[in-house]
Design a protein around this ligand. Structure first.
Ligand code: NAD
Ligand code: TYD
Length: 335
């Protein structure tokens, strides 16, 4: 029976990944979820998993070498989702991004090297490439990260690669585009706009709203990570994308239309500092191995909107206290 160490498993993608693992492998695997439970970690995301006998939650920091070293001997596969993940927060206070995203990855890699693991999957991001106006980035393109978030992720990405080259640690690095789906903290574009619209609050569009992101349903991302566990080659980087590039304003219009809310909720606010214009990844490499997304954008967005409509209690309590304080201090004073 293989043991998966999922770090950041109480966050958005990590919790979806743990659901994915249990749906796919049932009681044939063990999952250890190591999560610090920052503002973004939420055990409610795993409420239905918590009693699984083959699931263990450990509240802890990936920077804590003693803790990580105590866990690693019983681990076969590491998937490192743990990170500070919000660009706006990295602009205001980069410290924790450097600590968790770079140093934390180092602690995990070092423990994996010392104890030996079958696979170490480093969840990187398409943001490490920086912005591209025409065409799409291939895995071999240079990295030009432009926010403290993406720069710290690029550091971890290359550090993971160095552990493959230097120590032959069986590392795979994934660079995925923007995810959407259930359990996403309502500070990212889609859950923020959906929940604000449901509350008849303004939707703060940065700049001219014409920045472009490629959107992938979180369950397709989880499926791709598992696919790469089986079919990816050690030491390789794989782009993962949904093939759904949209301007932010298009996403905004889609949300308002679907929820039957007025255009007057659209509120143009000052642009994000260093705002990347467009992200786009070339996904030929993973597609040639035989993977492609299973969900269409239209269907998965409709399911996602339905989930936020039906799970008001999940997000309502997140949009209080520390959350409001952060928004007041940053871009959204007008909210
Ligand atoms: P998230 O912010 O929702 O979750 C991050 C989780 O990590 C939280 O549960 C948090 O408590 C935990 N965490 C933070 N610091 C920790 C620490 N020091 N030790 C242990 N746990 C810690 O993030 P997400 O959107 O689920 O992203 C997960 C990963 O995927 C990140 O590495 C991110 O860079 C990457 N990624 C995200 C996207 C996206 O669209 N969200 C796209 C590509 C890649
Ligand atoms: P975000 O969800 O923060 O993801 P990322 O910046 O990591 O791609 O933002 C997605 C896009 O939406 C990005 O171009 C910034 C924009 N955006 C807004 O216009 N308003 C907002 O309130 C937020 C959170 C994002």
């Amino acid at each position: 029976m293989k043991t998966w160490l999922v770090t950041g498993g109480a966050g958005f993608i990590g919790s979806n990944f743990i659901h994915f693992l249990f749906e796919k492998y049932g009681d044939t695997i063990r999952v250890v979820n190591l999560d610090k439970l920052t503002y973004a970690g939420n055990l409610e995301n795993l409420a239905d998993i918590v009693r699984q006998p083959n699931y263990e939650f450990i509240q802890g920091d990936i920077c804590d070498a003693a803790l990580v070293n105590s866990l690693m001997p019983k681990v076969d596969i590491v998937v490192n989702f743990a990170a500070e993940s919000h660009v706006d927060r990295s602009i205001g206070a980069p410290d924790d991004f450097i600590k968790t995203d770079i140093y934390g990855a180092f602690v995990l890699l070092e423990a994996a090297r010392m104890h030996g693991v079958e696979k170490f999957i480093q969840i990187s991001t398409d943001e490490v490439y920086g912005s591209i106006l025409d065409g799409s980035f291939k895995e071999t393109d240079i990295l030009e990260p432009s926010s403290p978030y993406s720069a710290s992720k690029a550091g971890a990405d290359r550090l993971a690669f160095s552990y493959y080259v230097t120590y032959k640690l069986p590392v795979i690095i994934t660079r995925c585009s923007n995810n959407y789906g259930p359990y996403q903290y309502p500070e990212k574009l889609i859950p923020l706009f959906v929940t604000n619209a449901l509350e008849n609050k303004a939707l703060p569009i940065y700049g001219d709203g014409r920045n472009i992101r490629d959107w992938i349903y979180v369950k397709d991302h989880c499926d791709a990570v598992d696919f790469l566990f089986h079919h990816g080659q050690n030491g390789q980087v794989y782009n993962i994308g949904g093939g759904n590039e949209r301007m932010n304003i298009e996403i905004t219009d889609l949300i308002l239309k679907h929820l039957n809310k007025p255009d007057s909720l659209k509120t143009y606010v000052p642009d994000r500092l260093g705002h990347d214009r467009r992200y786009s990844v070339d996904t030929q490499k993973i597609r040639q191995l035989g993977w492609k997304p299973k969900h269409t954008f239209e269907q998965a967005m409709a399911q996602t909107l339905k989930w936020y409509m039906e799970n008001k209690r999940w997000w309502e309590k997140l949009k209080t206290g520390e959350y409001l304080e952060f928004y007041k201090q940053n871009y959204k004073k007008e909210l």
